[in-house]
Ligand binder design. Structure first.
Ligand SMILES: [Zn+2]
Length: 419
């Protein structure tokens, strides 16, 4: 059983690495190609820099992932895991406290492991390619804040869930209700309590742009107070925009770096795309999907724990409750891996819907196309992902495909006008 479990895990890992390698190779071999629609937009300098940036980034992420997975394999599939489990169990007689300590201990290891990689990412890789704008002080304060938030969240979630396990017989149902309510609560309070710890949000301050924002948001029937700009430039030169939240806390956020880099028409096109996510209720749809699948997942977890079968996956006779949860999470990682393309496909479908909505709102497909080209250029995004890699993982249609699609819409629009 243990060999099969380990084999499944290794299979998933190797498959992921093969895809990553194919992608890296594909991007590298095509690095001097100019895709349709990008003519005159990419100098050989930019192409060279993009290829080097992506190669360097992929190398670091590969080293990190291999080190992390290697350590994990040694820990989880050796005697270390039951030893850790027994050590934690010996610390207290309380079921709840043992659960909290079990997960906090893992968090400590994981955080310590990630520190050097995070430092290297910010102050070596991003610095070298001119993206880093963070200081050591800011980076350290982010690190401490994130760690504290994780400690509070893990302690709270584990305490609540473990208390329900102890106090109720249909615990899986109550745990599901509890986790769902906490996730909804976090979505609501995050813009007021968590995000301001890291970023400052304010209404768009450029007057001319603000007028454009007001007009386009008004046409879509939304409130302008829901469009904010964020001081992302304090940490990085990368640019982006996003839509988030449900109910009354829905909002669209534009990075100040995006506002710096793009023309007014391009910014409004990006904004229209985000409005598309809002109007098509994408966040809500994904949330319902997550809540539904966690219902099934927690139900199955309950059945597996009840069966008493989980320790045998590691060739052991017994494991504590939190340790069994960890076995489940590893099992989940293997079983859910083949579903990755489905989730990516759904996300790409939403992105396409948002692009279409943006075009129907602005009636200018080329504005969004040129915004995407600029986004690719300024962020040194690789334009030639391996098709299999893109199909498996990409949350957005590849940029070249999106630009091609928008140009197609422009041609259609001109033809309809001519008729
Ligand atoms: Zn989008």
């Amino acid at each position: 059983m243990k060999i099969g479990f380990l084999g499944g895990y290794l299979l998933v890992l190797v498959f992921g690495y093969v895809l990553q390698y194919l992608n890296l190779k594909h991007n590298w071999e095509w690095r001097y190609e100019i895709p349709p629609g990008f003519e005159g937009e990419l100098s050989p300098d930019v192409q060279e820099k993009t290829a080097s940036y992506n190669l360097a980034g992929e190398k670091v992420s590969l080293v990190e992932s291999m080190a992390e997975e290697g350590l994990f394999l040694i820990f989880f599939f050796s005697v270390l895991f039951p030893l850790y489990d027994r050590w934690i169990s010996s610390l207290s007689d309380s079921f709840i406290l043992n659960g909290v300590l079990f997960f906090l201990g893992l968090l400590v290891f994981q955080t310590l492991f990630k520190i050097p990689f995070s430092y290297h990412h910010t102050f070596v890789l991003e610095e070298k390619f001119g993206f880093n704008r963070s200081t050591l002080r800011l980076w350290l304060s982010d690190l401490v804040k994130t760690a504290l938030i994780s400690v509070v969240l893990i302690s709270f979630l584990t305490t609540g869930a473990f208390w329900l396990v102890q106090a109720t017989s249909l615990w899986w149902l109550w745990v599901w209700v509890f986790l769902t309510l906490v996730s909804l609560f976090l979505m609501v309070i995050s813009p007021y309590l968590i995000e301001p710890l890291f970023f400052k949000f304010k209404p768009v301050d450029d007057e001319e742009l603000a007028t454009g924002v007001e007009s386009i948001v008004g046409r879509a029937g939304l409130q302008v107070s829901r469009v904010l700009q964020v001081d992302a430039s304090r940490r990085s030169g990368h640019s982006n925009a996003y839509f988030t939240g449900i109910g009354k806390v829905k909002r669209i956020v534009l990075f100040d770096t995006l506002i710096e880099q793009m023309s007014k028409a391009e910014i409004l096109a990006v904004l229209a795309h985000e409005i598309g996510h809002w109007k098509k209720r994408h966040i809500l749809k994904r949330l319902l999907l997550t809540v539904g699948s966690s219902f099934v997942g927690i139900g199955l977890a309950f059945l597996l724990i009840q069966s008493g079968f989980l320790p045998t996956f590691l060739g052991l006779e017994s494991l504590s409750f939190p340790a069994q949860l960890m076995v489940l999470s590893v099992l989940g990682k293997i079983v859910l891996f083949p579903v990755t393309p489905l989730s990516a496909w759904l996300s790409r479908r939403h992105e396409r819907e948002a692009d279409l909505y943006a075009v129907s709102l602005t009636e200018k497909p080329l504005d969004l196309a040129s915004a995407l080209i600029k986004l690719a250029r300024e962020n040194l995004a690789g334009l030639f992902p391996h098709p299999l890699y893109a199909w498996f993982y990409f949350s957005h249609p590849p940029l070249v495909e999106r630009v091609g699609f928008l140009r197609g819409l422009q041609i259609k629009e001109i033809k309809t006008k001519e008729q």
